[in-house]
Design a protein around this ligand. Structure first.
Ligand code: ATP
Ligand code: MG
Length: 565
């Protein structure tokens, strides 16, 4: 990320807090942030917001950014996820340099901290069952009850905890709990569990441990061990902050990390819960985590979204304390804004209709000069072959054209982009009366697309030369879900019922201009008048490119929705 990108913030209350800390001397300005994913799924666009915020904050203040895998739960984690997360964070442009950490590397330290807490008389081994524990915890309106194991001696607790570690006890038979206040109005302060027994292998530590720390215990300690100054997390952790502070005040010296919560990113027409994303993959509603319809970073990459567009979007939505739902079309706006500047233009006919230029020499081929990107003169021009038989979009011809139809119609003249004015003279039909070809005459005086006599045409359409074009597969993606707020669907109802049946349409025989024959995997283009596309990196093989639609030129969904209302 450039200096500029990181500092031209929309609204960012966290930076205001840091500025104030620096101004009042509470902070020496040496900022250390972290992105702490749990490796139990692929990263999504919500994580991108957290990455941009944490990395951007470190950059803005000349600080340090850590990538830390929060891998303290042995049951759901996997090295496949670790690999994909690193690839995604790197691709987004967040550089952790040598600051790569794994919470599982701190298991021994966590254990020592727990022992220290027992020594302080602030933790005890409890043998209540899960259901008893729930009952003793009380509710939001009634205080909890103290566990009968709460007043064990320090020696007994040390002995039992050591034996928990040694593997003497079964899963679920004992836990270690912090000793705080069973009457606290904050349920998370009512002697929360900090260690549990799980005889399960861990993807990094193997079978070394059979007790594992709880998230609320491990996370603040991870932050303290790494000297994180600002532990930025989402709003649902606000209620956990008193325990975060309690733990660090008891166990670690000042200066301590400060937890700051912000509102998570929610997007329309998609889901962001890792559980649901995993379901979509496992139940094959999508082809994988990187299916271009998914809200994952790997899917956006495969779909052709530039990382700069995601960063600009994250910057643009700002950082607030209020939960809200961001319209997917805002992300698309940032994608278009970027691709309009960066993507080369090409001509592709999605639904070909043959055009024959009756007065064009049979064997002549001319090379037309086409502009690669009107937004960027440095991209130069290319040659596009032109000949007697062409393809245009079927939609660009109407036999019974309505008044404002400025494309090709009997008797009407249009401009073929970068080529000539042509006029429709007749059509060919098959036995069913379907139009199989359109005959035109061209005006040789209009080469390049302008008439020397100054006459004008209203329409310009794209084309490819039939004998030079090659056919390829194009995948048109749309919203994954038909409704805005998939997150609002109540638990009893199935969110899958709202999957968009038209989220993928495959065009098998789109006709491309020959310049696209050598396009590399991941290359991005604007198909003139249609949209932005990129070469699929997974299903493209030697000589046979498959294209993904990144985004349409205009927001047609918004128009459809507006019509419905
Ligand atoms: P879960 O904890 O349910 O598995 P998670 O999405 O919180 O899912 P983590 O791996 O814990 O997954 O997330 C890593 C970081 O990304 C956390 O700091 C979390 O707060 C942040 N994060 C997750 N989802 C969003 C979101 N939608 N918007 C902003 N930040 C998010
Ligand atoms: Mg989480």
């Amino acid at each position: 990320m450039s200096e500029n990108e990181a500092s031209s913030s929309a609204s960012n209350f966290i930076h205001e807090i840091i500025d104030e800390e620096i101004r009042t001397g509470k902070s020496d300005g040496k900022i250390v942030t972290r992105f702490p994913p749990e490796p139990n799924g692929y990263l999504h666009i919500g994580h991108a917001k957290s990455i941009c915020l944490n990395y951007g904050t470190a950059q803005k203040y000349g600080g340090t950014f850590h990538l830390r895998f929060d891998d303290t739960n042995p049951t759901k984690e996997d090295t496949e996820y670790v690999e994909s997360i690193m690839e995604d964070v790197r691709w987004l442009g967040a550089d952790w340099k040598d600051k790569l950490f794994f919470a599982s590397d701190y298991f021994e330290k966590f254990y020592e901290y727990a022992v220290q807490l027992i020594r302080l008389g602030k933790a005890y081994v409890c043998e209540l069952s899960d259901s008893e524990m729930r009952e003793y915890r009380g509710t939001l309106t009634t205080p909890g009850k103290e566990s009968p194991y709460r007043n064990r001696s320090v020696e007994e607790n040390l002995d039992l905890f050591a034996r928990m570690r040694a593997g003497e006890f079964a899963d679920g038979s004992k836990v270690l709990r912090a000793k705080i206040d069973m009457a606290s109005p904050n349920i998370h302060m009512r002697d929360p569990v900090i260690y549990r027994i799980r005889h399960t292998s861990h993807h990094r530590s193997g079978d070394k441990w059979c007790i594992y720390p709880m998230y609320d215990f491990a996370h603040p300690l991870e932050d303290a061990i790494e000297h994180i100054t600002h532990s930025i997390c989402t709003l649902e952790f606000e209620i956990h902050r008193p325990f975060y502070d309690w733990l660090l005040e008891n166990l670690t010296p000042a200066p301590r990390p400060r937890q700051i919560e912000f509102a998570r990113l929610n997007l329309t027409n998609t889901v962001m819960s890792k559980r649901k994303l995993l379901e979509l993959v496992k139940e094959r509603h999508v082809s994988g985590w990187d299916d271009p319809r998914m809200p994952t970073i790997s899917a956006f990459r495969r779909r052709g979204v530039p990382p700069e567009a995601i960063r600009a979007f994250c910057e643009g939505v700002g950082v607030t304390k209020y939960n809200s739902l961001t319209d997917l079309s805002l992300l698309e706006y940032y994608i278009r804004e970027n691709l309009n500047r960066t993507a080369k233009r090409v001509m592709v006919v999605m639904n070909p209709l043959k055009v024959i230029l009756d007065n064009y020499p049979d064997d002549l081929v001319e090379e037309m000069d086409a502009v690669n990107n009107p937004e960027n003169p440095d991209d130069g021009t290319r040659k596009v072959p032109f000949s007697k038989v062409l393809y245009i979009e079927r939609d660009d011809f109407r036999e019974d054209a309505p008044k404002k139809f400025y494309r090709l119609a009997p008797g009407a003249e249009v401009r073929l982009r970068y080529a000539y004015f042509v006029k429709c003279v007749s059509v060919d039909r098959d036995a069913d009366g379907e139009i199989t070809a359109v005959h035109c005459t061209y005006d040789p005086e209009t080469k390049g697309g302008n008439a020397p006599d100054g006459r004008k045409v209203k329409g310009t359409i794209h084309w490819v030369s039939a004998k030079h074009a090659f056919s390829t597969e194009v995948r048109l993606y749309d919203r994954l879900f038909t409704i805005d707020n998939v997150g609002d669907i109540p638990d009893g109802e199935d969110y899958r019922a709202y999957l968009n049946p038209d989220s993928l349409k495959v065009v098998r025989n789109a006709m491309m201009e020959p310049a696209l024959a050598n396009a590399e995997k991941g290359a991005r283009f604007q198909f003139e008048r249609i949209g932005y596309f990129c070469v699929d990196s997974r299903d493209t093989f030697e000589g046979k490119a498959v294209f993904n639609r990144t985004v349409q030129l205009k927001d047609s969904w918004a128009k459809i929705e507006a019509k419905k209302n």
